[in-house]
Each structure stands twice: as C-alpha cells, then as structure tokens.
Design a protein around this ligand. Structure first.
Ligand SMILES: [Zn+2]
Length: 79
C-alpha cells in the first residue's frame, strides 16, 4: 500500500470530465447517473480513481478508471 498520488482532473478533455461527472453509480441512492460534484482525481496503487460527491445525496462516490495506459481512450461499460 502506498499513499495516493494526486492528479489533475481539470487537465482531462472537457468531454471526458463531463462523462465522469455524469456517468456515476451511487451506493447510497442505489442509482446510476445521478452525477457527481467536487471531483478529485488521484492514483492509488496503480489505479486511477475519481472521487466526488453524489449530486443527490452528497455521499462520496469513487469511480475507478481502468486502463489508464491506453492513453485516454475510454469506452462505456467495458469490463
Ligand atoms: Zn446518492
């Protein structure tokens, strides 16, 4: 385990930021795509995470980003 490395979410392309902020899953609301606010991006143990707050309930949401190495290429729902 290592400390989280902060990354700059605002450096992502606007359409990517938009996607991350709208395509969410809230464990508290049990609903998807409620949106999040106050995004923070960081890397932990090689995994890039975006953390924000659910727009509906304010609970913390963490979105994991897979395959950061593919140079920003990002597809919907690819497990
Ligand atoms: Zn919520």
């Amino acid at each position: 385990m290592s400390d989280p490395i902060e990354r700059d979410f605002s450096k992502r392309p606007p359409e990517e930021q938009e996607a991350f902020l709208t395509q969410t899953w809230c464990n508290n609301c049990m609903q998807m795509d409620l949106g999040m606010k106050d995004p923070k991006e960081y890397e932990l143990n090689g995994t890039v995470l975006i953390e924000g707050k659910c727009k509906k309930c304010g609970e913390t949401i963490v979105t994991e980003i897979a395959d950061e190495d593919t140079d920003g290429e990002w597809e919907d729902e690819k497990e």
